[in-house]
Design a protein around this ligand. Structure first.
Ligand code: GLC
Length: 613
């Protein structure tokens, strides 16, 4: 970080407590107006997943942030001109916005094993964000996911910290680059151990010793900090029974002091709420942990009041507030926010035609092609000839929403083609390359007939989910889990837990329609190429057995054509598993485990070149 300290000190010398505390607050856009941003000196506003302005076009986003920005810059006797910074979850492209290029989720990018491409993806994503007048994305996620029951496994590049550590600096540099007109502020998350919780329970307890925490989960953050990442988001999980959001040792002693992080730490979504029954106490615990900005979506006025009371009573030292504000201002100065024009006047705001452009989509297409992993290919059935007589079936064959997964248009993702403007479904990609291909009427393959079809491509797998709603939790588990000493309070009765995705890893149980479709087709004498969409490895013994070839496509995003490119051999299939693949639900293999014995090992992936299969 270059030296803006003098300018920061001069500005801070003018700031009263109200103006300082206001900088530390990040409400959600639905709960704050531009007038309130000015009145309360607010430092940042965010959009939660699916919280979009107007018609959800780039112009609507620019107009929205321009209004917030203008209010924040309207100096008068009460208010100092300090620009707000607007944050979104652009975690696989600027995927909230209609017509965005939606990139493969991180689990597929991990399989591509291409750090150089990561920088190009990030740079393209930064352009797709900046063109909407937004300055900050809560990405990349640096989770090292160690249990595929976790609903956020797909946000992780790998169970192997080496891949995550290689990717972290490349993605940060791609997003932030020269901190200029085509750059955005990066935010590595969630610090720390989000992928290490017992049973993969989202926001659960990472019950690991410090040696393992440092060996597996810390290196990506060091690499990101060395690359100059400007913000870090604290995690909602606990470490050995204590929430990261109140963990001074993790956030201050390690992240700030030991790793030398000089940007600011932002809390996660209302993450301080669960620190204490009393909100004032929760605020105190959050402040004392070392967090600097607080994502308090609705209760932001209460937060401000409690913080001022805590400072005026001496329970929170003024220097803690000053540290937070200095860090926030440092990031805003580093990013040039004081010198950038208002959102509506910025360079890319006048080039909205680049949003969702072919140039950007070509980067996503490359990522899709490189992410696919082939698990089976009997008799070298793949790649297919374009003249092959093909029947296409499966619930995920013609659904761009299903291809994209969570954090797309809505928090929980999209479930139709119509919601994803631009790109192609896998079917649309196949149809383009093989015009004689036919789509099964009800996607169940009843038309299969060996006199008319040489092969069927059946697209199976998961449907979209996000966060805890994607967890796979064995019934009764919660009783065991919640008896851990000082564990995060989890309702004893499973029925109290938000609806989770499934109760085990068996695809044929969570989605019986898939094996039914495959069997429906093979029983009529037509061989099947299975293409699976999903955010994690699942147990697929039945589907593998019934298929002649099997390709894992993860969550490829809007550019489904990339799947077709590989199925027809226009591009070799090159992906290698960045996660161990299980054979039973009660396994949990990670590369390096003693007696390592997964169904497919980390690094597995067949290619069309028979010499190296
Ligand atoms: C969510 C997620 C976090 C996201 C934030 C803002 O709860 O945990 O990854 O950035 O809230 O949407």
């Amino acid at each position: 970080m270059s030296n803006f300290e003098k300018r920061i000190s001069e500005l801070m010398a003018k700031m009263n407590l109200d103006q300082m505390v206001g900088q530390m607050v990040q409400p959600e856009r639905q709960f704050i107006t531009p007038e309130q941003v000015k009145k309360h000196h607010i430092g940042s506003v965010l959009s939660g997943g699916g919280s979009v302005p107007g018609d959800n076009k780039p112009e609507d986003w620019i107009a929205m942030n321009d209004e917030y920005w203008a209010a924040s810059m309207e100096a008068d006797d009460e208010h100092l001109a300090i620009p707000i910074v607007y944050g979104v979850d652009a975690i696989h492209g600027n995927s909230n916005v209609t017509g965005a290029v939606v990139f493969p989720h991180n689990i597929g990018l991990g399989a591509a094993k291409d750090p150089e491409m990561m920088e190009r993806i990030a740079r393209t994503t930064a352009r797709e964000i900046a063109v909407t007048g937004v300055e900050w994305t809560f990405a990349p996620t640096l989770a090292v996911a160690r249990n595929s029951h976790w609903g956020r496994t797909y946000e992780s590049y790998s169970e192997d910290p080496q891949i995550v550590t290689e990717y972290a600096p490349r993605f940060v540099r791609g997003l932030q680059s020269d901190l200029g007109e085509e750059s955005v502020i990066g935010c590595v998350k969630h610090f720390i151990g989000d992928g290490a919780t017992v049973h993969g329970i989202d926001q659960g307890d990472a019950q690991i010793d410090e040696e393992e925490l440092r060996r597996l989960h810390l290196p990506p953050y060091q690499a990101a900090i060395d690359a100059g990442v400007l913000t870090v988001m604290a995690s909602l999980n606990s470490w050995n029974g204590l929430k990261c959001h109140e963990h001074r040792y993790l956030l201050t002693d390690i992240l700030k002091d030991e790793l030398g992080f000089r940007g600011f730490i932002v809390s996660d979504w209302d993450g301080i709420d669960c620190l204490a029954e009393d909100f004032g106490k929760a605020v105190e615990l959050g402040l004392n942990s070392g967090m600097d900005m607080f994502m308090v979506t609705e209760k932001w006025e209460e937060f401000i009041q409690h913080t001022k009371t805590l400072v005026n009573s001496g329970r929170i030292p003024k220097k803690r507030i000053e540290d937070a504000v200095r860090r926030i201002l440092r990031v805003k100065f580093e990013f040039g926010l004081f010198d950038k024009p208002r959102p509506a006047e910025r360079k890319l705001s006048k080039q909205t035609e680049i949003f969702g452009s072919k140039e950007h989509r070509d980067v996503a297409l490359e990522a899709v092609r490189k992410s696919l992993v082939m698990l089976k290919n009997d008799d070298a059935l793949l790649p297919l000839e374009k003249s092959t007589r093909i029947l296409v079936a499966g619930k995920n064959a013609n659904n761009r929403g299903h291809q994209c997964g969570g954090f797309t248009v809505n928090w929980q993702g999209a479930i139709s083609n119509e919601e994803i403007v631009g790109g192609q479904s896998i079917w649309e990609g196949i149809q383009t390359l093989a015009p004689s291909a036919v789509l099964s009427d009800n996607l169940e393959g009843n038309e299969a007939n060996p006199d008319q079809h040489d092969v069927a491509i059946v697209v199976i797998g998961e449907t979209p989910y996000a966060e805890m709603l994607g967890d796979i939790r064995v019934p009764g588990l919660l009783q065991e889990y919640s008896t851990f000493p000082n564990s995060t309070p989890i309702p004893l009765d499973d029925s109290e837990v938000a609806e989770v995705y499934a109760s085990n890893l068996y695809l044929h149980e969570m989605h019986p329609e898939d094996i039914a479709t495959i069997n429906n087709i093979t029983s009529r004498g037509v061989p099947v190429v299975a293409v699976m969409l999903g955010g994690r490895p699942l147990v697929v013994e039945k589907e593998l057995e019934a298929s002649s070839a099997f390709v894992m496509a993860w969550l490829p995003g809007s550019e489904g054509h990339g799947v077709a490119d590989v199925l027809f051999g226009d591009f070799d299939i090159q992906g290698k598993l960045s996660f161990s693949w299980p054979k039973y639900d009660n396994e949990n293999w990670n590369v390096g485990d003693p007696n390592y014995n997964p169904r497919f090992p980390y690094g597995f992936g067949l290619t069309y070149d028979k010499t190296n299969n």
